[in-house]
Design a protein around this ligand. Structure first.
Ligand code: ADP
Ligand code: MG
Length: 504
């Protein structure tokens, strides 16, 4: 396992303030469940479909239509809970959250207020090598997404697209354990990574697949520790909630702005109103949307159309047995098994597909060299090539392993290997065959190298005299030999022979 310290770095003092303040942040993340059909209907969840083409009668709130739970969505929520080492509640139930909005044709959202499907869990967020923060998860509940109002298509009318209406969301609620903007972004990143490994959420923030409500408050040094000891929220400052953030960069900017705003008010002797705010990226500020007094009374009550959800432990155990290796374990294993650095292991395990590709390359090859080639050459080349993903790589793991074994076997130098990689990338083919067919094999034959060195020495008597006084000039001869052999001479052998001949 990773050697992580749980003593988090001290929360940053906020610059510009007259006295010391600390940040306290709790996130409510809405993650769209990766399934083909909606939570209570068989309508498709495909993104980018023609507006209002993926709508069942129940999604449109037609009278008399009844919701039917999608077992696949329930399984995905359980899988997510298990991935976050959380308690799975065998009994959960759906409630109606009543409010009126044009993109909510039912007039209520079906959610799980009183009995969520997943209880307490945790996420370990790394904030640099060996430094980790534990963020507790309070709960995960299943709920329906709303539709989308479109206000910019016509000067006089608004439109509504119900394709998203009824799509399953997991609302993942954290405890207020996050202590800074970078940590908040790292937490969302880690959740996203785990869910992508699990295959329970695509985590595409641009498509609104993963969004966060960010709760921010500030307190005096020492107060957070009192909260931790007692779990009494009165030690913390009043929070504001910034709604619906779908970019890591904006999450950080919004928290930063909000912290400064709250500190300025409190240092002026004012108090913070608990309110819901919206972040405006164009002006980089948050603005009040509604205060606590104006908060909706949702008149929650148990949904009469759905029976409580009762699942059995055997089913949960089956899901647990099918869980993949998760990022933290994989990273730790890469460090031990392949001797990788913390950084390389993080890069390679960021996405499960990258990790799987690397493991195939490293199978029977030098692990560190394989990591180097995957990260620096392959990822770099794919990035230049229209930012391609690993699944679109024209070089297969077997081909890359072939190139690496030609290096370790002494057949080609690292420099020739780069040319070979480019040939394999653009033209395909078997690396060993290409090396033979194109005469790229490294010259290790000392006789041939000696002949080349002798020739250069014979052609450059003046340089030889200078090199006898200044041994550093040997490098020039090495360069000439490499040039004469088209870069194919074994550099180690060339160095040795040049040194011997000049010295002698
Ligand atoms: P609500 O249901 O009104 O949104 P919750 O108690 O469920 O309230 O809290 C919502 C989120 O706010 C949680 O993620 C929680 O961690 C966070 N939170 C609660 N108190 C604070 C606080 N003082 N500062 C920052 N975040 C907070
Ligand atoms: Mg809330």
């Amino acid at each position: 396992m990773l050697d992580l310290t749980y003593d988090a770095p001290k929360p940053k003092v906020i610059a510009g303030a007259k006295s010391d303040w600390e940040l306290v942040i709790g996130l409510e993340v809405h993650a769209q469940v990766a399934t083909a059909a909606k939570l209570f209907s068989g309508a498709s969840t495909r993104f980018g479909a023609e507006p209002n083409s993926n709508v069942a009668f129940v999604d449109a709130g037609m009278p008399g239509m009844l919701p039917v739970i999608n077992e696949g969505c329930v399984a995905q929520a359980v899988r997510t809970g298990l991935g976050l080492r959380a308690e799975i509640n065998l009994f959960s139930a759906f409630d109606r959250k009543n409010y009126f909005y044009p993109d909510l044709p039912q007039g209520y959202q079906i959610s799980q207020l009183y009995h969520p499907i997943v209880g307490e869990g945790e996420v370990i967020v790394e904030m640099g090598e060996g430094i980790a923060r534990r963020v507790r998860i309070e709960r995960i509940h299943l709920e329906q997404d709303a539709g989308k109002s479109i206000h910019d298509m016509d000067p006089h009318m608004s439109f509504v697209d119900l394709n998203r209406t009824g799509v399953a969301l997991m609302e993942i609620v954290s405890r207020p354990d996050i202590r800074g903007p970078e940590e908040a972004a790292a937490y969302v990143g880690k959740l996203r990574q785990i869910m992508r490994y699990l295959g329970t959420c695509d985590g595409n923030m641009q498509n609104g697949n993963l969004r966060a409500d960010v709760n921010v408050s500030v307190c005096r040094p020492g107060d957070y520790e009192k909260y931790q000891e007692t779990q009494d929220f009165s030690h913390l400052g009043t929070r504001c909630e910034i709604k619906n953030m779908n970019s890591m960069r904006f999450i950080q900017a919004a928290i930063d702005y909000e912290a400064r705003r709250q500190i300025a008010i409190r240092e002026d002797g004012g108090t913070i109103d608990q309110e819901t705010r919206l972040y405006d990226p164009d002006r980089n500020e948050t603005r009040s949307m509604r205060s606590k007094e104006e908060a909706h009374d949702y008149r929650y009550f148990p949904c009469p159309d759905l029976l409580p959800l009762e699942i059995d432990q055997g089913w949960v155990d089956d899901i647990a047995a099918g869980l993949p290796e998760l990022p933290d374990q994989k990273k730790a294993r890469f460090i031990t098994d392949f001797g990788l650095s913390d950084y390389d292991a993080s890069v390679l395990t960021a996405e499960a597909e990258n990790a799987a590709y690397f493991e195939e390359v490293a199978d029977g090859a030098d692990g560190k060299l394989a990591a180097n080639w995957v990260i620096n050459e392959l990822f770099g080349r794919l990035k230049k090539d229209d930012d391609k993903g690993i699944s679109e790589s024209p070089v297969s793991p077997a081909q890359l392993r072939g190139i690496i074994s030609l290096i370790t076997g002494g057949d080609i130098s690292g420099k020739i290997a780069k040319d070979l990689f480019e040939i394999v990338y653009t033209e395909g083919g078997d690396p060993a065959e290409i090396v033979t067919a194109r005469g790229m094999k490294q010259v290790t034959d000392t006789g041939a190298i000696e002949a080349a060195v002798d020739q250069i020495i014979a052609d450059n008597p003046a340089q030889v005299e200078k090199a006898k006084v200044n041994p550093k000039l040997a490098g020039w001869f090495v360069g000439q030999v490499m040039k004469a052999t088209g870069g194919k001479a074994n550099p180690k052998a060339v160095n040795e022979i040049v040194a011997k001949k000049l010295g002698g």
